[in-house]
Structures are given as C-alpha cells and as structure tokens.
Design a protein around this ligand. Sequence first.
Ligand SMILES: *[C@@H]1O[C@H](CO)[C@@H](O)[C@H](O)[C@H]1NC(C)=O
Length: 641
Amino acid sequence: MEKLPLSLSLSLSRIHFILLLGSLNLQEHELQLTRTPPNRPAKHFVNEPLALVNAALRSATYTNPSVAFDAAQKTVFLRDAASQPTIALISGGGSGHEPSFAGFVGKGFLTAAVAGSVFASPSAEQVFRAIRRVGAEQPQRGVLVLIMNYTGDMLHFGMAVEKARAEGIKTELLVVGDDVGVGRKRGGRIGRRGLAGTVLVQKIAAAAAAQGQSLEQVSQIASLASENLATVGASLSHVHVPGREITPDELGDEIEIGMGIHNEEGFARVKTTLKGLVETMLKQLLDQSDSDRAYINVKSGDEVVVMVNNLGGISPLELGAITTEVIDQLDASYQIKPARLLSGTYMTSLNGLGFSITILKATDKAILPLIDAPADAAGWSPAVSPENWARGIDTTKSEIKEDAPTADDSAPSNLDLDAAFTTAKLRSALKSLIAAEHEITKFDTIVGDGDCGLCLKTGAEAVLKHLDAISSSSSSSSAAAAAGGDLDIVHFVRNIAQVIESNMDGTSGALYAIFVNALASGLQSQSSSSSSSSSSSQQKTAVTAKTWATALQAAVKSLARYTPAQPGDRTVVDALVPFVDTLAETLDVGKAVAAARKGSDSTKGMEASLGRSVYVNAEGWSECPDPGAHGLVKLLEGFLV
Ligand SMILES: *[C@@H]1O[C@H](CO)[C@@H](O)[C@H](O)[C@H]1NC(C)=O
C-alpha cells in the first residue's frame, strides 16, 4: 500500500533513545555505535516469511475466543458480527502494524479487520467480502469503514465500499490522516498519512457504536476526533521486512523525525538528545506559528488525550523514559496536562526502533468517556479507570518523602570496644578494597558480568562515608561513647549492615548485608543479659578475637540459609569459610587472612557450579580467581595494615 520507496535495512541498531539523554559519562558508557555489519542476516522468529501474516492473524482467535479468522481473506472478525444490533466497524490495511488492527477486534472495538501482506493494502475483494460478512444480514444497520490515509488503502477500501453500497449495504468510509511530520508544503499531493492516532479515532467510533448510535452519529464523532488529532513519529533506523533482501541502513547514528510506519522518509534527519527530539516533535504537534503545520490548536486547560506509541522495537524501559520526557515537556513548555495518557504499543512498524506522539484534543464532552469505555480486545490496554484519572496527572515531582529511618532503639549491648582503634582498622580495610576495584573488575570481566568491582567499591565507599558521619557527630547513638572512646559494637555493626543494604546492589550487596546483619546478631547473642542488672551497675565485656570468631561462625551459618554456596563452588565463600574457621581455631587474624588468600587462590581454574561464573563460558578463568573471593581477601588484608 505504501508507494514511497522502501529503504530496507538492518533492524539491529544498538543506539538507544534513552542513552541520547546527553548525560556525560552515561552516554559515553552506553551509547554503543557499533553498527551491525551490513551483510549480517537480519534474524527473525519466522517459520516461513510468506506464512507469517496468517500465522500472526490466527493468534487473534487464540487470545480472544470471541474472534474468528478467515485465512483465505486474511480477515479477523467477531463471531456474532452479522447478528449484532449495533453498527459494524471495519478497519485494516497492510500487516506489520500489530496490534493494529486484528488485535483490536472485539466487543466494544472493531467488528472486523482485513489485512494485506506486510506493508501492502488488502485487495478490494477482501474488503468487500468483509463488509458483506458483517453487513449483508442487516443491510440498513450500517457499516463504518475506518482506514488510514494511504494511496493503496484508499483505492482498495474505497472500491469495496462502492461495491457494498451498490449491493444495498449502508456503508460509510472515514479516512484518518493524523501525521504532522510532513507539513502542508512538502506533503503536497501525498497529504497527511495515517499514524497511531487512527487507533484513537477507531476506539471512539467503536465505543459510540456500542452505545447504539447510528451510522451518521458515529461517523460524526469519529470525524470530529479525526479533525482534532495530530501525530508525529521518530525512528533510529529503518526496519527490515522478514524475507526481503537486506540493505545497510543509511540512517547511521541520526534520528529520522516524521518517519512513517512503512520506512518512508520524514522531514528531517538530526543528531540530537531525547530532550531535543521531544522538543522538536512537540513543536510540530502544537506550534501555532508554524504555518506549514498548526493542524490542531491546543491551549493550556484543554482536555487532551496523549498517546506515546512504541513503533515496535523500543524497550518498555526506554518507552517509559520517553513518556516522562513528553509529559514533563508538555507541562513545562505548553502548560498542558493530559486528561488521559496512553503509553504502549498500539501501532507498530514491524520492530521499528522508534516511537510516535499523538495528541487528541477532546473538543466534545463525549470523547473521553468513549476512550474510557471498556473494549474486549486483546490489543487494547488502558488499564486505568476514569475515577483514577479524575485525580489528574501530577507533574510537580513531589515524590513521596522517604520515611525517616527508624532509630536503632534496641537496648545497648554490654560489649565494649575501642572506637578509635576499630574505626581505623575498618577504614584501612575499606580503602584496601577500594584500591583493588580495578583488579576485581578485570577478573569479573573475564568470568562474570563485570560489575563486581564497582559494586564492592560502592559499598565500601558508602561505609567510609558513614564512618565519617559518625565520627563528626559525637552525639550519634552509634558512636555511643565516642567521648569515652568506647563503642557499642552491636549497634555499630548493625548500622553498617544498614548502609550496605541501602547502597550496595547485586548479589554481593545482598550477601554482605545478610552476613553483616548476622554478624551483629552473633555479637548480640554474646552480650550477657542486661535485664538482671541495672544499666548503671552493668559490667562491660571487652570484645576479643574469640568474641569475633564466635560471631563470625554464627554469621557463616546464617548466610548458608540463603545461599547454597559451599567452599569449592567458586564464590566468595571460598575465602570466607577458611578465614572464619582459621580464626576460630587459632584466634590469629594474620593466619586467618592467609587462609582466606589461599582459599581465594584455589578458585583459579575451579569449575563454577554456583554464582556469577556458571553462566560464563570463559577461557580465561584458569588464571583468574573468583572476583568476589578476591575482593574479600583485599578487604581482610586491609585489617592487618
Ligand atoms: C489524504 O491524502 C490526500 C492526498 O493523497 C489529501 O488530499 C487528503 O487531504 C488526505 N486526507 C486526510 C484525511 O488527511
């Protein structure tokens, strides 16, 4: 159906909208401009390219049992379409735009959808048969055919409508052209194409039909919606049509603004950030001074529906960030807060790496309720109720404040430790770990996912910061008797566990947090009961190597409840267990650290059965210790300095 030349290309571009945010090292780190080699085959989950469309259409009957499928006519329709009391609504067009339109067939939405092959209009015959199927039994009830403004669709659907009328079936054709990407001057005789906004017009028409409105009434509200509708798209690359020849994508690292849903060109190619892109797109949709466009006139306070539509290949994560950018800019630059926001996949261009923004001005009070009306169609997904929307969108960014951290009001232990000495040792250990980050990262890049070093460093830095904070506030309860030089070790360790928990990600973060929490409990259980003696007369017990060893052994036991890792599994446990066992045996920290080092070294070349290395088929691991074990050794070595 699309008459413009198709520029086919690879669909595997790895540029992301989200990463064009322009934020310094994020961009540097993530913007991967590695282009897919031009002669690499585009891969698809396709049994047989020619059977792809029918296989996909059939799924509509599986996801919605009220729907039937005529494979010969590539038509999906409501089983009881012919006998329905309300007018019928038919749509369709080339395939490749799913869930448009077969996914919208269902009660409260389309009565039937007629599909062509990928990006090609269905034939007039297919459409005519669909009109007859839903309309012949009650010829005066009415059939509304609602399509997008493409040459092929106009011709074929138009011809079918004429034939149906000649047979006495009351039929109307309504064409949606919501694209603002190509302005009036350049659009010329091609005119405005239909884009994702079409789905909103269809939804409105269908809901009006479901209320029992006449063909004239439904056509009228649908036309009104269509006249107050504007959409613009942007893509990072052209798409590859399964089964077709592969050509390199000439878009490179540029973004095409205004690109259509069949690879057809837009109005500009730019290198910009997501922010800059959305600025340009909103301007095209809304700028009244743009005499070439200004298709709709939206003022602050108008009720609008906004749709942020995935063209098929954007991750939901990125689409979410795009949606936030759109809504924030609409608010900041235009003082527009949408009455309804739809963000998702409504009309695609195969696996297009792009999105479109649609704005529908609800000029009639009837429009929002028609959008809200339930539709029993698998492809329609606005899950939020009108009551909910009545609250309005809040763009003030007044995030819900975090609860104040609960003070550690547990009774102090009677364990006693030299605060200055302990803190100095811990600092030295943390610094030793931080200094080893580069080395740990190097190992983890070979045998893991490369994040272990930074994860440990982040945790260590957070604990260092915590130590700074307590040493500068002597009134802090965890520094307890900073003045006297003593420390309530249980509170101290428990607070560190808290810091680890909130600052350290990943498996290492969880393991350390569990372990240090358990260590605090292990210490607490050695604090003789204070209930029998009054706090004033309470005897303090000095913490010894024995106290630590007992607490550490308890912590190892606790850890084992949450991870099955044993020595020999090539994890941090290979260093931890020898350390704790040796300390318990000898009460000599130096010997214990040596045992940890030996345990860590033993992981070189060890087959992994658990942890990070299981998923990695690395050659290098025979020279490479487990990064987590190595990190623990570096931490422990720092205590000896
Ligand atoms: C559809 O395109 C034609 C030109 O092909 C144009 O004249 C017409 O205005 C467009 N219709 C809509 C509804 O945009």
